[in-house]
Design a protein around this ligand. Sequence first.
Ligand SMILES: Cc1cc2nc3c(=O)[nH]c(=O)nc-3n(C[C@H](O)[C@H](O)[C@H](O)COP(=O)(O)OP(=O)(O)OC[C@H]3O[C@@H](n4cnc5c(N)ncnc54)[C@H](O)[C@@H]3O)c2cc1C
Length: 231
Amino acid sequence: MVVKGRYRTNEVWFDKDNQPFAPFTHYVVGGNSKMYGAASFRLRESDFQQTQHESGISPAWPLTYADFAPYYDQAEQLYSVHGIRGVDPTEPPTSKPYPFGPITPEPFAKDLYENVQRAGLKPFPIPMAVRLGQDKLGQPNAPTVLSNFDGFPDPSEAKADAHVTNVRAALQFPNVTLQTNTFATRLITGPLRVIPRRRFGPPAALRYLFRFSDEEMALACGPHRAYRVAH
Ligand SMILES: Cc1cc2nc3c(=O)[nH]c(=O)nc-3n(C[C@H](O)[C@H](O)[C@H](O)COP(=O)(O)OP(=O)(O)OC[C@H]3O[C@@H](n4cnc5c(N)ncnc54)[C@H](O)[C@@H]3O)c2cc1C
């Protein structure tokens, strides 16, 4: 999927020097999590602080890791994260174990793990968002091949992506609608109205101008796109 660029946008974006580039982002229900490798690390405390990088300063966030920690707890539950606390020396403070224990390493990874340990290093299993049949009723029972996760949607739905965990759960509510093949171009607060704007290119690319009545909303079309839609 990644190699063929299926679901990858054909938009052209521009970098800080105004140079065009093809963004490595996918437009599909579930977003890039359909392609992701399901490695589920929390940001570190220092990620929220002002950081000096080689090319400049990353400013401090208005919120800290402590503000996010309870939501990480909930997200790890929702995404069935498998891992083990206390073995990753860079892990931020947590109040709960991972919902599920670490994934058993495949034979090759086990050998590598033990050899790296023998060399005096401290390897640890990557926390993985995966819904295994043995963990909960109603989870997929198909054999799970983790190496097929990175760069591929998982038709067995064992990979906990945003579609199988969140979108599907949200659609259980009668007031939630999923409108596919729809591209928001601008976000305007005010009386609720959806205005068909104009058709671009292929018929699937129907684009709309949205109006919302709510004061608060979540615009979740990826950080770069969200900025464009909101401004
Ligand atoms: C191959 C690959 C492997 C990765 N592996 C990992 C990993 O192992 N662990 C990890 O933590 N992260 C990984 N990532 C990154 C992770 O997938 C993203 O950080 C995450 O999905 C971002 O989530 P998001 O909701 O912010 O945006 P996205 O997942 O980008 O979702 C944005 C959604 O908005 C839609 N959209 C965009 N613009 C509009 C618009 N104007 N109108 C309407 N809808 C719009 C898109 O179609 C998409 O559905 C990986 C990514 C890739 C591509």
